[in-house]
Design a protein around this ligand. Structure first.
Ligand SMILES: CC(C)(COP(=O)(O)OP(=O)(O)OC[C@H]1O[C@@H](n2cnc3c(N)ncnc32)[C@H](O)[C@@H]1OP(=O)(O)O)[C@@H](O)C(=O)NCCC(=O)NCCS
Length: 369
């Protein structure tokens, strides 16, 4: 039987109609080098390199005691944070992202020009346009590559990972750099003790490539819920409230948060998406070797792990060192897990996040480096 399949190539490729004998669910695709690639639905993306970067300057809880009415003890017990890294003036999200991407490229031993696409997950782009991906592409010298920014706050890295994985799974690309990078210090009100102590700056990058052995990114469960927009947002500087003296006077260019509302939502939804994802894949909590959650609050992480029934030794926590770096947290936590010898090739890994929006995400994967 011949099945007619219409293939829309990306990267400006020709639209091709391909006849494939008896293979429903299989497409044939022409890549940029002109090779014809046959792709089954089961083709997976895998992580082949991981690079991270945090700026050298550290702000400790003791430093905050001199800035706002707070204590090291309050911050540590309510959040789990001891210190966070912050940029010096003039250093932006694209700089952190570029450093992280350089590490990943060096680890894999490939040239930036070998990339097909760069996706930058961020809520603190250098500017509204051009995209931070364009700035990173230029800083890396990755000529011929395309890319874009993805905005999903603290879930942006897992969303970008999935977007990148789809380009690999479709056969469109062979090398996608997925970067989570945020400079939260650029949008924090350092007189608001309820928010400024929570966040730090940092970035992480993973390289995605096709998996030949079925290992890699297995499945995901992502959800958005805009009814939570009023619980965590930055009202100034967009089309609704363009920058003006008034928006600056009213501190509208800073993070505004209803901490308790975010906390309750995060505890409920992070567990829920994890449970759905595990059940759909016939995986139990005991099968998870490494749980790498978004690092917003140690209490949220522990409540989620308890609800899902994850093994205590599988839980990765580095919020004490970095605070919440938004899109940077999950790749930074992957790095911590590797450094601590708690993430090995072949491990079954669960990623989970909740962020402004609300955005919720969970990803199941087999670790491949
Ligand atoms: C922000 C957060 C740590 C606050 O902890 P909490 O236990 O909910 O504390 P509350 O907001 O109820 O505040 C309790 C008291 O502590 C005070 N407080 C807030 N920040 C403080 C600080 N840095 N130091 C000392 N006291 C502080 C509050 O003013 C409040 O005082 P009051 O009772 O006199 O009004 C917690 O709500 C949280 O982590 N929320 C989720 C945040 C998050 O994940 N954001 C990113 C999403 S990805």
């Amino acid at each position: 039987m011949m099945t007619k399949v219409t293939v829309q190539g990306s990267h400006g490729h020709r639209r091709r109609k391909v006849d494939i004998p008896g293979q429903v669910g299989t497409i044939t695709f022409q890549n940029p080098s002109g090779e014809l690639i046959r792709v089954s639905e089961r083709l997976r993306a895998k992580i082949t390199a991981l690079g991270t970067y945090v700026p050298p300057r550290v702000l400790t809880n003791k430093d905050f005691e001199k800035m706002v009415e707070t204590t090291d003890e309050w911050i540590l017990t309510r959040t789990g944070i001891r210190e966070r890294h912050v940029v010096d003036k003039g250093v932006a999200t694209s700089d952190l992202a570029t450093e992280a991407a350089k590490c990943a490229l060096a680890q894999r031993g490939i040239d930036p020009k070998d990339l097909d696409a760069i996706i930058v997950a961020t809520v603190t782009p250098d500017m509204l346009f051009p995209s931070t991906a364009c700035l990173v592409q230029h800083k890396l010298g990755a000529q011929g590559v395309w890319g874009f920014d993805l905005s999903a706050a603290c879930s942006a890295f897992v969303y970008a990972l999935q977007a990148g994985a789809q380009f690999i799974a479709s056969g469109a690309h062979k090398k996608v750099m997925v970067i989570g990078s945020d400079t939260m210090s650029s949008i924090l009100d350092y007189t608001d003790r309820a928010t400024c102590i929570l966040f730090g700056d940092g970035a992480g990058a993973v390289l995605l490539e096709p998996s030949e052995d079925g290992m890699g990114i297995i499945d995901f469960q992502h959800e958005i819920d805009g009814s939570g927009a009023c619980s965590l947002y930055m009202p100034g500087g967009g089309s609704l409230n363009p920058s003006s003296h008034e928006t600056v006077d009213k501190k509208m260019h800073f993070v505004h948060q209803d901490g308790q509302a975010v906390f309750k939502y995060a505890v409920r939804k992070m567990g829920e998406v994890c449970e759905k994802l595990l059940a759909r894949n016939g995986v139990t909590a005991a099968d998870i070797d490494c749980f790498i959650p978004h690092q917003a609050n140690q209490r949220i992480i522990k409540a989620t792990a308890d609800r899902v029934g994850l093994k205590p030794e599988s839980i990765i926590i580095n919020i004490d060192r970095y605070g919440n770096t938004t899109a940077g947290t999950i790749p930074l936590a992957m790095q911590t897990a590797r450094e601590e010898g708690r993430l090995k090739k072949g491990d079954l890994v669960l990623l989970a996040s909740v962020g402004a929006g609300f955005t919720v995400g969970a990803t199941l994967l087999r670790w491949t480096i």
